[in-house]
Design a protein. Structure first.
Lengths: 288, 351
């Protein structure tokens, strides 16, 4: 009864927004930019997708607008960290704070409500084969990112920029171009993650509705060692832990204990992976 | 200072400015004073301070109705100060205190601390807090709190009568005694009318339990997938997620505080509502009558807690219960037993 298709579906629904955002974070990480602004970009994506879907009646335009808005927002990090050489952590935190204030403010000015915008006629994304189209896209994105990083010349250069920017520059690769590219791409992916959350998982906008998912994505990047497949596994682990936590409540475990499930899993996974990493000497070259 | 650090500092400064700008937009205090009602003959005056903009907030709209009715009844004047955030809440309370009305009415737990400070500084000013109370008691602070569990019990009875599967559940915010008022009595009410009913409660929890509608929806889904067909939604902003889940499975849900039926017509059966207007009006009566510094609790008997289905206008409420008059008759009978004291509802928050 415990492990069944409902549990898996629940885990996969929880997975999609985290996976999309974490992929963006992983690409930035590989290019040497520590992106912790995922939460803010995702939240902006949530609002933009809902607002656009509401005014145009098309959830697809909502998805598109979310990707564009979050990409534009990611320029703060790109300009600040790459061009002005600012601290990416400070910028990321500022972006997260700004997004909470900005979306709450826009919610009041655009919709004239506070807290939640919800309307029965707000159009959400349709399901394709039981899943949101963005879920399918996220899986495809994992495969594409993995292939690009390991098999394509762009991926090689991207990794070069991350690991040895000076060396890359001497070979005629401009690090800034690649870093701008991945930061904008992470903006697009986080925008899609937000659209998935606000038009896929639910069909509404609530202030601060990302509720820490962007931070979990940051952890997934670290846990998956910024490799697309690793990030997929890490995000899946979080999804399963969350879904299993819900089930455990049904078995009579107190909520305070089941809330800890994702964190216990994280600690366990970190412990196991570091133990393995110690045994095998870290390769200096590329992984994916 | 090296070039690198200077640049970093510039970026930090720019980022701080950006955040500051965004919050400044919110922080602009709105001091809407709406003055109306009454000739002001006796010179009695009341001020209502709300924690948020009243706008479409039914809960606060009722409080405004309450203070207007009180002004009319006492032939006085009233003012409403709408806040938009913590800073403007404090400013509004200060402005209200400066104006020295007979009674300052404040709605919500947000005001508990600031009122405690002001009450100490202004011992002659009378305060009335609705839906919360200060931790210490003051001679000039009266409180009006609600017995939500009585209403939730009646909603549970409706669920017990309407359930086809014999399983009713609740999605609650957090597993604390205060929030269990929204889930335990729901189960008790269902068992009262249908003894064999199976019950279960899920708590949203997580990093922001009050905002996470996606998580609330998943919690509702775990109940629905086990055949639960009546869900009490007490998940704050997460309620909309619960309604979505119930709607997708053709199940029924129950809302809280205000009429939430219009957000999912055909899915939301009924709502446990808090009549803030009743609490404001009766609270002001008590203070003017000389009873101050007390905490009064409002339940079914006092008309402070009710169901949308038991109020006027149920037919236009878009609630499912409007089509189940037979259920309403039974629930009314149950309410009368609670009002008469024949039946008591266990309070999970009772210490």
């Amino acid at each position: 009864m415990f492990l069944d298709s409902d549990l898996l579906m629940s885990a996969l629904r929880a997975l999609t927004p985290i996976l999309l955002a974490a992929l963006g974070g992983a690409l930035c990480e590989r290019a040497g930019v520590f992106n912790i602004g995922l939460e803010g970009m995702m939240l902006l994506g949530c609002f933009t997708s809902v607002a656009t879907s509401w005014f145009t009646g098309s959830p697809w335009l909502g998805v598109l607008a979310a990707a564009l808005a979050a990409a534009a927002y990611s320029l703060i990090l790109a300009v600040g960290a790459v061009t002005l050489k600012g601290d990416a952590v400070v910028l990321g935190i500022a972006m997260n704070l700004l997004a909470v204030g900005l979306t709450s403010f826009l919610l009041r000015t655009v919709f004239g409500v506070q807290g939640t915008f919800d309307d029965p006629s707000l159009q959400g994304l349709p399901l394709i084969g039981g899943f949101s189209p963005l879920a399918h896209l996220s899986w495809a994105a994992v495969a594409v990112a993995a292939l690009l990083l390991s098999r394509h010349v762009w991926g090689l250069r991207l990794r070069g920029v991350g690991e040895a920017p000076d060396a890359a520059a001497t070979l005629g690769v401009r690090p800034a171009t690649y870093q701008y590219g991945v930061i904008l791409l992470s903006g697009v992916l986080c925008g899609l993650a937000g659209a998935q959350l606000a038009l896929g998982n639910v069909t509404l906008f609530t202030e601060n509705m990302t509720a820490g998912r962007g931070w979990i994505a940051v952890v997934a990047v670290m846990l998956g060692r910024a490799a697309p497949l690793g990030v997929l596994l890490a995000a899946l682990l979080f999804g399963l832990a969350e879904a299993a936590g819900f089930r455990l409540q049904g078995l009579g475990l107190p909520q305070q204990a089941t809330d800890a499930a994702p964190y216990v899993v994280t600690l366990g996974a970190l412990f196991l992976t570091t133990a393995r990493r110690r045994r095998t000497p870290r390769p200096s070259g590329a992984r994916s | 200072m090296s070039r690198r650090t200077r640049r970093t500092l510039q970026t930090v400064a720019a980022a701080t400015l950006l955040v500051g700008a965004a919050t400044a937009c919110n922080a602009a205090a709105k001091n809407d004073a709406s003055d109306s009602a009454g000739s002001g003959g006796s010179g009695t005056s009341f001020t209502l301070v709300t924690p948020d903009a009243v706008g479409q907030n039914e809960f606060l709209k009722l409080a405004v109705t309450g203070i207007k009715d009180a002004a009319k009844a006492h032939d006085g004047t009233q003012k409403v100060y709408e806040s938009t955030d913590t800073a403007s809440q404090q400013q509004n309370v200060q402005a209200a205190v400066d104006a020295k009305p007979d009674v300052i009415v404040l709605v919500g737990f947000e005001f508990a601390d600031v009122v405690a400070q002001q009450a100490e500084k202004n011992p002659t000013q009378q305060f009335l807090i609705v839906d919360a109370c200060t931790t210490k008691t003051y001679k000039n602070v009266s409180c009006a709190v609600f017995r939500e569990h009585e209403g939730v019990y009646l909603a549970g009875a409706e669920a017990g009568l309407l359930s086809r599967s014999g399983k009713v559940g609740a999605v609650d915010v957090l597993d604390t005694p205060q929030f269990r008022r929204y889930s335990d009595p729901f189960a008790a009410g269902a068992k009262q009318v249908a003894g064999k009913t199976e019950t279960s409660t899920r708590f949203v929890g997580g990093q922001s339990p009050f905002d996470d509608s996606a998580r609330a929806k998943e919690q509702a889904n775990t109940l629905l997938s086990k055949g639960y067909d009546q869900i009490m939604a007490a998940a704050a902003a997460g309620n909309y997620g619960v309604f979505e889940a119930a709607k997708a499975k053709g199940a029924y849900a129950y809302g809280v505080d205000v009429n939430q039926c219009p957000s999912a017509p055909g899915t939301v059966v009924d709502n446990v509502i808090k009549r803030t207007d009743v609490a404001v009006e009766k609270g002001i009566d008590a203070v003017l009558g000389g009873t101050t510094g007390t905490t009064v609790s409002y339940g079914l008997k006092e008309g402070g807690i009710s169901l949308t289905g038991l109020e006027d206008g149920v037919d236009s409420s878009q609630c499912v219960i409007a089509d189940h008059k037979d259920v309403l008759t039974k629930v009314e009978a149950l309410r009368d037993r609670i009002v008469s004291g024949e039946l008591t509802v266990d309070d999970p928050a009772a210490s």
